[in-house]
Design a protein around this ligand. Sequence first.
Ligand code: DMJ
Length: 915
Amino acid sequence: MSEAGGGRGFGYSVPQRAPWSLVAATAALCLVSATSVWTAGASPMSREEKQKLGNQVLEMFDHAYGNYMEHAYPADELMPLTCRGRVRGQEPSRGDVDDALGKFSLTLIDSLDTLVVLNKTKEFEDAVRKVLRDVNLDNDVVVSVFETNIRVLGGLLGGHSLAIMLKEKGEYMQWYNDELLQMAKQLGYKLLPAFNTTSGLPYPRINLKFGIRKPEARTGTETDTCTACAGTLILEFAALSRFTGATIFEEYARKALDFLWEKRQRSSNLVGVTINIHTGDWVRKDSGVGAGIDSYYEYLLKAYVLLGDDSFLERFNTHYDAIMRYISQPPLLLDVHIHKPMLNARTWMDALLAFFPGLQVLKGDIRPAIETHEMLYQVIKKHNFLPEAFTTDFRVHWAQHPLRPEFAESTYFLYKATGDPYYLEVGKTLIENLNKYARVPCGFAAMKDVRTGSHEDRMDSFFLAEMFKYLYLLFADKEDVIFDIEDYIFTTEAHLLPLWLSTTNQRISKKNTTSEYTELDDSNFDWTCPNTQILFPNDPLYAQSIREPLKNVVDKSCPRGIIRVREESFRSGAKPPLRARDFMATNPEHLEILKKMGAASSIDAEDGLRFMQEMIELSSQQQKEQQLPPRAVQIVSHPFFGRVVLTAGPAQFGLDLSKHKETRGFVASSKPYNGCSELTNPEAVMGKIALIQRGQCMFAEKARNIQNAGAIGGIVIDDNEGSSSDTAPLFQMAGDGKDTDDITIPMLFLFSKEGSIILDAIREYEEVEVLLSDKAKDRDPEMENEEQPSSENDSQNQSAEQIASGSQEVDLVGQESPEESSLNSHPESLSPADTDNAASISPSEQNSNPTENHETTSLDDECTDLDNQLQEQSETEEDSNPNVSWGKKVQPIDSILADWNEDIEAFEMMEKDEL
Ligand code: DMJ
């Protein structure tokens, strides 16, 4: 049997096994309804256009996968800027991120089932042969148990699932004899020692060769793991058990889940972000649906779908009720404290939570899914990508974006659930942005900073495992995929596991915990799919009507805290709590409130805690705002055409690129290369951007020397070989303590790795033109037109390859000898610049951008507008729909107070219980 809809949740068939629960059944019903009824609103997309977009996705995949195979394989990942493989130990360590790399050709394994989804069966067959021939799982490398499970074990199982499907069809893979499954089993056994704890929660890391215990293992001393790390194993482990008949894997994964469930905070039914694997104590007690927890929730619901075990659904529903009660503040999802769930733990959200609307579709709760997705889309429209973290008033908090697939995933599921072509348009924008801003000659590069558009030399394997699957499936009709996607469930890494596993090898005894679950109040799910009768069939504009009030939520937002139901009550007369940003030490009333915060009532204490927390955040934000944000060096000449954007450190002197138009020019090396004395080659740098090596004199002195020689700008390149903005925090170049007003040209700093990309380009192409700016500019449309995807790719690949194979020694005019440059003295003054974890946009940066400028200057008006809008909205919505406003119920004051009292009681109980 195959359900209608397709996709992660709804594509599953449920052959001869336990009956569906109400939730999953109604969720499936949602899709039946949605796909059979189409919606008005956004205009429907023609079959031709969908096919065109599907083909574009295929071409993009070829560009990413082809470059990985050509320039990186058998390394784990491609480094798309330097066009080579990332081999662990050969690159500077990036910390935890590197724990995904086990010298097991990660990207190839993670891409296996994508090849089949994208109809590349021949390539799949080749890829499987390569995995069997080349991949070694016995390396002396310490890897993350979580990442190895979802990417490698999941990749092998997804590959096996589709290999046996193809074999059965009779054309491809006829030689296949479960070899991928045997590898998966071997890997499964290698991961098992991680579970050797009294709690049953796995250690976060394991040595593939030596396990945990042996001294050679170099791991096993960790005490903590993240909830998602311990709670995201059941799909792969159960699949492995059921495919092979070895029950141990499923047993271990279940035990870990049982333990997490036992440890949930009993009053709030929430879990924290990290837990002690020996004692079971929560180490980090904040709780959200993003980083650290995300796929724990995902796997509870999907374990129910795959394994048909009601206890997983009951657990999921209990957590979901808590999430909707405390964390969901539509359209936002904000972390709270597990013991004090009415208290926000943060004022920002992370990008990983973008998967949640997709999970809500699986659950059947469409309305909040539409709202959160719409909010995220507006953030994307503002920055082209979802920054790793953004504040509740939608400013960038962490500026990176490693090409994460979560938003594409949710877009796909929302399209499946609503059939609304709006989501196809969203997908089209994602494709355009990837091609416009992340595509580089040798693949797709992660964004180092979405504000400047600069790149990082990184293309994570999940980009191939997930992004291309979801984008392709978004535009695909049933006949565009060679098998029935509805017969499979997607793991968190988008690997495909067949639903028939639910009835195979069911020998694991299920824990009967049903009595532990509390009866849920269904009114929390007023807007879930059971309302299909009044949703899609009668109101084809349903999804659009939910999005409409949120249309300008990001642009119109003001720097303010989120509105919680409790605060809404203050609009009706009561005094709002004092917020850190409004505090004035000279205001006696404020001082009085502060005093009270330390006093008796728990509400005052709660406000006090929040106040302190806000103060800390505010002061770190202010500190960051005093720093200059990073800048961009964009290579605009052939064959880069603006595609490669390097992250550069700013200077505290010279032309401020945030206030002036960008500076564009050809680059030339100064002589002497360190720029510490009058240049001997002024004719070479005149009218150009001079390259100077760091060291031996002050930055300002270098700037003066190149300026005197007629340079229009300068790029200082770090002399510490191998340094990179991927691994070292950027800094800003400080002046020399004297007046630097005489320096009028812009000066930027590049770490050695980024600098060598320019130096290699000079060696290869001689004439290299760059743009120095605060933010990468769109590529030159004329040059864009010259691009012919296939032939140009060839030449891009060729040039990238040439660069990759070129030596790092660059024959530069006037370059000093290695002996000279090895004199590594740094008398320049440095000051920390906006770093990786870049804070919010600084006032100067806001001023540089006309749109943002407008936003800042008209803030008060807009705040008033938004308040009025909210007010009006709740009034009008109250007329048409007495219960709903911005996803929050508009309650009469007495009911708000009753709720409030209930909150206080719960809060007091929790305090007694837990503190
Ligand atoms: C993927 O590896 C998985 O989706 C995981 O669950 C968390 N996110 C990354 C991609 O962002």
